[in-house]
Design a protein around this ligand. Sequence first.
Ligand code: ASP
Length: 463
Amino acid sequence: MRNLMTGAVVAVLLFTGLFGSPGDFGVPAARAQSADSDSLLSGLETGLCTADDRFTIAIHGGAAFWRGAIHAPKIPVMQQILTDARSLLANGARAIDVVEAAIASMENSGHFNAGKGAIANQAGAIELDASIMDGRQLQAGAVAAVGKLRNPIVAARLVMDKSDHLMLVGPNADEFVSKQGGVAANATYFLHGGLNFSDVPLPDDMAIAAADDGVAPEHARYLGIWGGVFLGDLNAILVIEKIDGDKAQVIYAYGKNTIWGKAFYRRIPGEFVDGALQVREPADLGGFKLVYRLGPDGTLAMKATHPDLPGAEGTMKRLSYKPGGEYKGGTVGAVVRDRCGDLAAGTSTGGFDSKIPGRVGDSPIIGAGTYADNETAAISATGHGEFFMRYVVAYDITAAMKYKSLSLEQAAVGLIKKDLRIKGLRGGVIAVDRDGNFTLTYNTAGMVRGVATDSLEPSVKVY
Ligand code: ASP
């Protein structure tokens, strides 16, 4: 299952107000969020920071591992957030408040793998991670594996402001935050269930496009349905990227001890025949022989054999996607430089699709997925969290600025596009430095990202 986790990074705002009665700094009023409110920006306290004219906000909605249209609905949401945040920052809102509210708004929108739109773990349970950091005094708060709160980013800030600790995890974090005014969410609040893998016995009749499968393409319309087979340390993964009528676009990947970066992968066409998906295998399959079957309930099964493993038959993994909406993926993050010259960063995620219960990624880890230091920069990461933790990426960017006197651009781009890319890291960062310079850099197919400054109108891009 670990191979599955590392091999298949399928990853996956309305600004209308949330800070009811603005508190003094350190006691944000996001706690007053109404249960129905989507947005947390309006009502944010302004007039706090007017020392100079410069400000910058950058936000991200996750690394995009493949090209596709699934990110389109996120763009207007992020555009609106940037528009609202820009006017708040112009009017002297504080970096830490804007980071919290911008991320909470993305969480509430349901368009990202964070908050309402988050994906569940293999057991079908919601376990969310988030962190926030204030660059003024290096204060930070984080929650991990929380499942009963609407806004993990608000929870992270409550931990920072209302406890003597930096990180709380699991049900105890849910409980602490609820007592501090965090808005609770029951299971029906979250749009998605789980991508559940289970080992199931291989059926005797497993074959490509068995005529009696009775598969209806509408059951498989979710983008990103995928399954994998694992033979020893050889892995193969199939992802249905796009379905258009009877045609499907499938991404096929295989590799040895696969980490996504080293996997061979390519797009191949698929076709629904009598309701079942047929995939024409590419000529070079690395020795795999594969059969696929898409079940009527939206499950994808695969079976594989490989000549190097005589007698071995791949365990069929069955993936079921609990209905409830189209899953579009996308960790969220924000970095801000306000008119005081203060920096703040935050990140929030549902983590990897199909993560095993208890898995915590980089997003709540200060220094890995989030970091802010007024002396250097504020950073929020997205991508393969295990790598971001191992290489302490967010902090490392600030360290390169501090100790090697690199610019933000040199430090971030050098790490993401070069040094760590060759080590297999896949993902990107958004970052802003003490002067308001920003960098949005990634080594994946795209990164859902947007930026606005005192002189730059909001702009959102994916590729
Ligand atoms: N970095 C997140 C994690 O590993 C996932 C992502 O950003 O796509 O949990």
